[in-house]
Design a protein around this ligand. Structure first.
Ligand code: GCW
Length: 678
């Protein structure tokens, strides 16, 4: 049962008709370069086209030619003039249809550009577009387009909801890398170019990845990704010099520690010459870091950066740093403030091969959070954004939640970092502050489930992440529609129904879970399912402060924690004021009475009741919509998603009833519509 294994590389057979005739004119692939990435491109192209046409490519009158500019393929060199060549940057590509011959030509300035170009062409074929007059130039907007695996060497995956690791089992790196290769194909086809393969929480065994016990196997994995233009990174343990180096300290200013890392870097590069660098979670959630030695994050990251610098390697240093041993009685400490408070004062001190990786929001990948005020706030520091594809807090791939619309909102957010026009996307693409290094990272949602992501429709998040990292201007609808056509086929009713399901899913999930931006209300540890006070008296800094009068966190400068003052310009004014604060973030910034009237005209309490009743109805509508698609796709696929949607609808009721009952009991205020509350 290979249901969903090919994901968006399914290449459904194109039924006879105008399109087949158009596509079938191609009699072969002309490629003269032996480079392994270009050979991957050739393989992908012939595999894709023969699957779509149901026969080997052949018997036509035109060819598809591909190669790098000046790489020896005459058809490529003839097809593109100087202007086009200079418009194509390192990983970009150009595609053109030669009118006289009908030949399609894919040209690029690098081998990976050729591969991205081929995947683009395949996307055109598999979404049934005309290829008669192509004239395409595409360049990736972001330099680094990265995936972070949170996989452990024992095969488990932190926050993984789609089975076990495809990389590791039984404390070894997987012997058979076929599946890793197919993952590389999926990542490259969506536009990605970097991966870190192990969890940022680096435990005892994974710390040894830097030793000769594991390095040859890590190099094997790097080789697989290399053939798809993807660079390999490792998450490293900050305390490695202690744990595997036999030193008595990991003090970043200690010469012996610095030397240890230099030697390590040399060994890693000897095994993997194009190694990407280190990803580091330090002084975060009980992981070791420079604080132990009274040093700061700049000291820690620069030490590693210095070791990697001779080889062109980079350090990606995470900013998810906060006090995870907070006393809930302490009302002055605010977790939301932490990243900014820790890192902003260090601006200007990081080496140029350090990138700070900042989560999209100040807390932790909730269904709704404001955008992190740290992004853009450090003018002379490289930054990249971190998203979470794996649905830790958004239904764990048992609920449908298409996250691209959320990411789009974040990327379009105006920070005013340099006045108007300082959107997040312009910060993370490096253009606003002129950074050499920048980009996107995201925590993967895949495992060894046959369909990769557990919930088949959650594949759209992985695909969408890659497409958005390549070009943040694409719309969430465009991306979803591509994914549907490529994965499930082009039946028009199917496309429109699934598109509407995906596009509404985030708002549905938000409706029946935690209200008005306050977040959490989940079961501790595993984070699935409702538990309103689950984190209320915990040490994690995650509170909603509901009492019999009202709810919300006062994060204003005037009377609260002062978090709102981390924003610039209009944003500060908007969030500071209870009148101006957008409804969806009201409880993130303000503590208000249940009778407070929202911009929508409803009171807070009535909003909670309404959205929770409606959320369940809308979740039920998803099951009905999906049911209407029976017969328009493979039976197994249809049944699989139907099962997940049924579970979601039932579980949404659990959310509704817990939340409504909790707030009815706290507030004593009845639902104006008299619906059932327990
Ligand atoms: O969201 C939290 C998760 C942890 C994770 C941490 C992080 C990898 O619950 O499981 O650890 O974030 O991002 O470091």
């Amino acid at each position: 049962q290979q249901t969903g294994y090919q994901a968006w590389l399914e290449y459904h057979r194109i039924t006879p008709g105008e399109l087949v005739e158009q596509y079938a004119v191609y009699s072969g692939i002309v490629c003269t370069e032996k480079d392994e990435v270009i050979q991957s491109a050739v393989l992908e192209l012939s595999r894709g086209i023969s699957k779509m046409l149901g026969k080997e490519i052949g018997e036509g009158r035109a060819v598809i030619a591909l190669g790098t500019f000046g790489g020896g393929n005459e058809l490529v060199d003839r097809a593109f003039g100087e202007e086009t060549r200079s418009a194509v940057v390192h990983e970009g590509f150009a595609i053109t249809t030669d009118q006289a011959s009908g030949n399609i030509v894919v040209g690029a300035s690098s081998a990976s550009g050729v591969l991205y170009g081929v995947f683009h062409l395949l996307r055109l074929f598999s979404t049934h577009q005309s290829v008669k007059a192509l004239d395409v130039i595409e360049n990736p907007v972001n330099m680094l387009r990265m995936i972070n695996q949170w996989d452990n060497i024992d095969g488990s995956i932190e926050r993984g909801y789609a089975g076990k690791s495809i990389f590791f089992e039984n404390n070894r790196i997987t012997e058979d890398l076929t599946r890793v290769r197919d993952y590389a194909r999926l990542l490259a086809s969506s536009g990605l170019n970097a991966i870190s393969i192990n969890n940022v929480n680096v435990h005892q065994w994974e710390t040894k990845f830097l030793t000769e016990e594991y390095l040859p196997d890590v190099a094997r994995v790097a080789g697989v990704f290399r053939s798809y233009g993807i660079k390999l990174f490792l998450s490293v343990n900050y305390a490695s010099p202690l744990e595997i180096g036999g030193l008595s300290t990991a003090d970043p200013l200690d010469p012996a520690v610095r030397e240890w890392w230099r030697v390590k870097a040399a060994e890693v590069y000897a095994a993997i010459p194009d190694f990407g660098g280190f990803l580091v979670k330090a002084d975060s959630e009980n992981r070791p870091g420079p604080f132990t030695y009274d040093r700061d994050h700049a000291d820690g990251s620069n030490m590693l950066a210095e070791a990697l610098k001779p080889y062109g390697g980079i350090v990606i240093w995470r900013c998810f740093v906060y006090n995870c041993k907070q006393d809930w009685r302490d009302r002055a400490t605010d977790r939301a403030r932490a990243a900014y408070d820790h890192f902003k004062p260090l601006d200007g001190r990081f080496m140029d091969n350090v990138i700070l990786q900042v989560k999209n929001g100040p807390m932790d990948f909730q269904v709704r959070e404001p955008v992190s005020p740290l992004i853009g706030a450090m003018e002379t520091t490289n930054q990249m954004i971190e998203f979470q594809i794996t649905q830790e807090y958004t239904g764990q791939q048992r609920h449908l939640c298409y996250l691209v619309p959320q990411w789009k909102e974040v990327l379009d957010f105006e920070t005013y970092a340099k006045g108007e026009g300082s959107s997040i996307k312009r910060i993370v693409d490096g253009s606003l502050h002129g950074n050499r290094l920048s980009g996107f990272a995201a925590v993967s949602n895949i495992g060894n489930d046959v369909n990769w992501t557990g919930h088949l429709l959650a594949q759209a998040n992985l695909y969408g992440y890659g497409r958005l990292a390549w070009n943040p201007e694409l719309s969430a609808e465009e991306i979803a529609e591509e994914w549907i056509r490529m994965t499930l086929g082009g039946d028009e009713k199917l496309v429109s129904v699934v598109l509407s399901m995906l596009m509404h899913s985030w708002s549905i999930y938000e409706a029946y879970t935690s209200p008005l931006g306050v977040g959490w209300m989940v079961n501790p540890d595993h984070h699935y399912g409702p538990n309103v006070d689950g984190y209320e008296y915990s040490k994690w800094g995650t509170y909603h402060f509901a009492d019999c009068h009202g709810i919300g966190v006062d994060r204003t400068k005037a009377t609260g924690t002062g978090y709102a003052a981390q924003y610039k310009g209009n944003n500060y004014d908007t969030y500071e004021s209870v009148e101006n604060c957008p409804d969806e973030l009201l409880l993130f910034f303000h503590h208000v009475p249940y009778t407070h009237v929202l911009h929508s005209g409803q009171t807070v309490i009535q909003h909670i009741y309404n959205t929770h009743f409606e959320g369940v109805e809308r979740a039920e509508q998803l099951t009905a919509k999906w049911a209407s698609l029976e017969g328009s796709m493979g039976e197994l696929v249809h049944m699989h998603v139907a099962d997940r949607l049924a579970e979601q609808a039932a579980h949404a009721k659990e959310w509704r009833d817990m939340i409504n009952t909790y707030f009815f009991r706290k507030s004593g205020i009845e639902d104006a519509m008299g619906r059932k509350i327990y």
